[in-house]
Design a protein around this ligand. Structure first.
Ligand SMILES: [Zn+2]
Length: 425
């Protein structure tokens, strides 16, 4: 289905150099836009804020695209600490489209949500020095979406812009594993030739290569309540059962290469004179190979079955592997090498390395779409109050993407892909 070609990139002409120079002229404007965006809280659980951010991007992308659409996502179901399912609203997903009939179709992805909830103390931008801005979501990834904007503005002025059609998808739920947008991404993956995702670069400025897969799970352990003094023998202690089960889960660590399992939350109990009848545990599993997901689920279910055979206990497992590992197959490697050549043409060496973290790049590759997922800005300490963006990377990374687009418009892709054509979104 895929034929890989050796691609050598041609030198830039004067017009292309001018277009790249114009990107840095916009630096100040992009910094102002970024500050406006980070000052709006858009934690994944704050759909109003996420939607405000989405509307700001719609204003910015509107003049560039021929169509902009807003999609409402189904509510997100998660298990609360009473063991019951709760349903939470998500923000809207945006799609900005252009040139749907062009021979090459590129999917650009970004997310409008951040990990910082509406009551987080981290809500404002602070300039650390001349080049660094400390702000929630500045690197991950409000700055990255501005990089897409600058690159597409440059492409629009290129004489071969008609060669490339694009969709920009901004999803509102990436930071919680894209539960509502995963299906949209999988369908969109089928309609494009490559995916470009604007997660921040690794702290050293390089790209993420292979990524592990990840699953989030909840165990609801029901026991039986009893007075701890008068009739303890009639009780079934859910906390003790949780402890046994958690140690069994921990024993799975490294039973397959790269497999890690982390129990991160346990909530249980009210008082010491009562046998607790409920414990809720949440854990995350990371896998290096797709087939390890099934292996892992079989082990976990065996543990549960074993405990469920004991009178008075009932254990339920909720959750799944939301993201499978991203492997670098030939088309991925060809795309990475193309970006590397573009970076060298701009005078910066660039490479990639494996990471245990996941993102929508996992989703696109599972759906068969070769993609690079760390084309956003540079910075560090994402997901913490110390998150910062290197402001000049708003321009330098946009130049990298613009150059990539110029080369693709002129010389094509390093492989031919027969698009399976998904259902229209
Ligand atoms: Zn991100």
């Amino acid at each position: 289905m895929l034929e890989i070609m050796q691609l050598s990139i041609e030198p830039l002409d004067q017009l292309e150099r001018d277009l790249l120079d114009k990107i840095s002229v916009q630096q100040h404007l992009r910094e102002q836009q970024l500050i406006e965006l980070v000052e709006i809280n858009s934690g994944s659980h704050n759909p109003e804020g996420v939607n405000q951010v989405g509307l700001k991007y719609q204003e910015l992308f509107g003049p560039l695209c021929s169509k902009s659409e807003r999609f409402e996502l189904p509510k997100w179901e998660r298990i609360d600490y009473t063991g019951k399912a709760e349903h939470q609203a998500l923000g809207s997903l945006w799609k900005f489209s252009h040139n749907p009939d062009a021979p090459i179709q590129i999917l650009f992805c970004g997310h409008t949500d951040t990990v910082f909830p509406v009551d987080s103390p981290f809500q404002h931008a602070i300039r650390l020095d001349h080049t660094r801005l400390n702000a929630p979501g500045a690197a991950d990834m409000k700055g990255g979406i501005l990089v897409i904007l600058s690159a597409l503005e440059a492409l629009a002025q290129h004489p071969l812009a008609h060669q490339i059609g694009w969709n920009v998808i901004l999803n509102p739920d990436e930071e919680i594993g894209s539960p509502g947008s995963a299906n949209y991404l999988a369908e969109a993956a089928k309609q494009h030739d490559i995916g470009l995702i604007y997660e921040p670069a690794l702290p050293d400025g390089n790209l993420a290569g292979k990524r592990k897969g990840s699953g989030n799970f909840t165990l609801v352990i029901h026991g039986r309540s009893a007075h701890a003094g008068r009739a303890p023998e009639t009780g079934r202690n859910a906390i003790n059962k949780a402890a046994e089960l958690i140690l069994q889960l921990a024993s799975l660590n490294n039973q397959k290469p790269g497999l890690t399992l982390n129990t991160g939350i346990i909530k249980a109990g009210e008082t010491t004179n009562k046998v607790p009848d409920l414990a809720v545990c949440k854990f995350n599993v990371r896998i290096q190979k797709t087939e390890d997901a099934e292996w892992c689920l079989e082990r976990i279910n065996e543990f549960i079955q074993q405990h469920n055979q004991q009178e008075g206990f009932h254990i339920e497992l909720h959750g799944n592997f939301g993201r499978y590992p991203k492997q670098l197959d030939q088309p991925h490697l060809a795309l990475y090498q193309l970006v590397q050549q573009c970076s060298e043409q701009l005078g910066t060496a660039l490479t990639w390395s494996a990471t245990g973290g996941c993102c929508d790049g996992n989703n696109l590759s599972t759906a068969g779409l070769p993609n690079i997922d760390t084309l956003g800005v540079t910075g560090n300490f994402i997901h913490s109050p110390h998150e910062f963006i290197n402001l000049p990377s708003l321009s330098s990374r946009a130049q990298l993407s613009a150059l990539l687009l110029f080369h693709i418009a002129r010389e094509g892709l390093p492989f031919k892909r027969l698009r399976p054509q998904g259902r229209p979104l």
